[in-house]
Design a protein around this ligand. Structure first.
Ligand SMILES: *Cc1c(COP(=O)(O)O)cnc(C)c1O
Length: 361
């Protein structure tokens, strides 16, 4: 008798639907917080020259030491902090979860927030506790969060700073209180660091339980899959033990180190995105039936008139523009859509399509 998936696969996994990434072929892609700018031709040629020396017949450097040193210099990682590299920050979240997992252990975060905290907690057999943000403003509810920490005693607390999908920064004083009151690790997730002037990186070392996580994805290297976690050596030494050997491949190590040597080109792009964010925000604010939320990230959350988000999302799709539908993802996100900031041309096309969709939706 043969075994079927229904017999063997965990029920909580069977109950999931797979992480869905929509097909974006031929569309203006403003759904996934990618940097819309490719590298200048000269830079691409230099990069290809670097790759000639990449040794594909060898396993990669297991710790990515050369890349770690480049990241330390480029990102200003404080002297006393250790560094751990992940295949995207998603893998770092997974390593953290695996390292603490035991029945009854909890992961806490703020909702609506980054869905992978909840998903990975589930994969790793941890319980997820989502503390609601304040409806409408998406500000952190400090009292509710502190009582949840007291009650749940989480092993891990994730705080996205700025938050995805809302785009706002939480009050830094409130985050400090959460770190102080926390019996477990607090991971401040700075995926959107290139788009804000605020960071907890300089505050590493101030608390023994603070880790700061970042990624190169949103700064313009989403295709490489590289995240990094900075914090106290005693913590990272333990978490490193669940890392799969050679998790950062040869091409990623070489390409990321190259990109960091040419950091100015990426900084120019992220600065352009920040400028465009302000222009796009003003244009969205001027549209009837759309309310944008201020953002410190490379995307803007908008709210439509009640019940219109689905039709507007479809209307944009029919006009060749893909954004992210959030209505239905969380009660506080009713009528919400998320728009990644694109190039000036892409944003102009989005606005034109949006005006047309609003007129007919
Ligand atoms: C996009 C995102 C990540 C994932 O980054 P990868 O390095 O691409 O895995 C992590 N955290 C937040 C809040 C994000 O929005």
């Amino acid at each position: 008798m043969s075994t079927s998936p229904a017999d063997l696969i965990r029920e909580d996994i069977q109950a999931l639907s797979a992480y869905h990434v929509p097909d974006a072929v031929g569309l203006i892609k403003l759904d996934a917080m990618e940097n819309p700018y490719a590298w200048p031709e000269a830079l691409r040629n230099d990069w290809l020259a670097t790759l000639r020396d990449a040794e594909l017949h060898r396993y990669p450097d297991p710790q990515g030491r050369h890349l770690q040193a480049a990241l330390r210099r480029a990102m200003g990682i404080p002297e006393g902090s250790a560094l751990l590299l992940g295949n995207g920050s998603d893998e770092l979240i997974q390593m953290l979860a695996l390292a603490v997992s035991r029945p009854g252990r909890k992961v806490l975060s703020l909702d609506p927030g980054f869905v992978m905290y909840r998903m990975i907690a589930l994969f790793a057999g941890l319980d997820y506790v989502g503390v609601p943000l304040q409806p409408e403003t998406f500000a952190l509810d400090l009292d509710a969060t502190l009582s949840a920490i007291e009650r749940e005693q989480p092993a891990l607390t994730f705080i996205a700073y700025p938050n995805n999908p809302t785009g706002n920064l939480f009050d830094a004083g409130a985050i400090a209180r959460i770190i102080e009151a926390n019996p477990g690790l607090v991971i401040v997730d700075e995926a959107y660091a290139p788009f804000t002037d605020h960071s907890f990186l300089p505050r590493l070392g101030q608390w023994p339980n603070l880790l700061v996580m970042r990624t190169v994805s949103k700064m313009g290297l989403a295709g490489l899959r590289l995240g990094y976690l900075a914090g106290p050596t005693d913590w990272l030494t333990e978490i490193d033990k669940v890392r799969l050997p050679y998790n950062i491949n040869v091409l990623t190590q070489a390409s990321a180190a190259f990109a960091l040597r040419h950091r100015a080109a990426l900084d120019e792009q992220t600065a352009a995105i920040r400028t465009e964010r302000a222009t796009l925000f003003d244009a969205l604010a001027n549209l009837d039936g759309i309310t944008p939320y201020p953002s410190d990230a490379n995307f803007i959350l908008v709210r439509t008139a009640p019940g219109r988000a689905g039709a507007i999302f479809q209307g944009l799709l029919e006009r060749g523009v893909l954004i992210k539908m959030l209505d239905g993802a969380h009660p506080f996100l009713a009528d919400c859509l998320r728009i990644t900031v694109g190039t000036p041309d892409e944003n102009a096309a989005l606005l034109e399509a949006l005006q047309a969709a609003l007129a007919t939706a």
